[in-house]
Design a protein around this ligand. Sequence first.
Ligand SMILES: [Zn+2]
Ligand SMILES: [Zn+2]
Length: 280
Amino acid sequence: MIEVTLLGTGSPMVDPNRAGPATLVRAGGQTFLVDAGRGVLMRAAAVGVGAADVTALLLTHLHSDHITDLTDVITTRWITTFTRTPLLVIGPPGTAAVVDAILDALAPDISYRIGHHADITEPPSVEVEEVTDGVVWGRDGVQILVAPTDHRPVEPTIGFRVEFGGASVVLAGDSVPCASLDALSAGADALVHTVIRKDLVQLVPNQRLRDILDYHSSVEQAANTAARAGVGTLILTHYVPPLAAGQEDAWRALAATEFDGTVELGDDLHRVEVKARPAG
Ligand SMILES: [Zn+2]
Ligand SMILES: [Zn+2]
């Protein structure tokens, strides 16, 4: 079983009730954080996960809403561990430069803490692995694959497929439908996909918001991707506009126009247990 918890179901739009994009994936005693949006560690704390517990941080892309709190994950990991415990970050090319810049920005804090605590003698340790494709993780029965997604002009962007005990979960991040996401998602038991309501966004009299129409999947497009790939459960997140109470069935109905499997959506901390489906 792979446990998926939507830590943050929000977007760049600030919402008092939705943290920024982040998803927790737990399998085989390993804890993966996928993206690190606004408030990620507050939400993770709500399910008993601290920065020190993260096996690896997986970044789908370097858009600010997905990495807002990377600085918090780096610092909090550093000051809540008592032996050298590098934070492993697996992300697209460009990730190392972002991490280096964050560490530069943290230089005053790093010097204060090293100066003040006798047992803190070195700066945060972050190990970055930049990937675009292929198998990027294999440990104790958990395998993770990566493939490119299409969120242009934002590039490179990647999706992850986590496999454990016969179950599989794909985390698409922000993407329009594309062949490599289809291939990554083929036969997956669950697909976590960020979505926007294009039918609503196109009505907004603000071109800057309407600009997002061309590089995100609508609910129907994400559902169509899930259907094409033969996915079991579609898990929607990153709702634009924010999913309002009582509107869940309207979002489900849009997904149901393209996909006849299970659709999961909800508020921050919505949890889904993904099990391997019987073959055939
Ligand atoms: Zn994005
Ligand atoms: Zn986004």
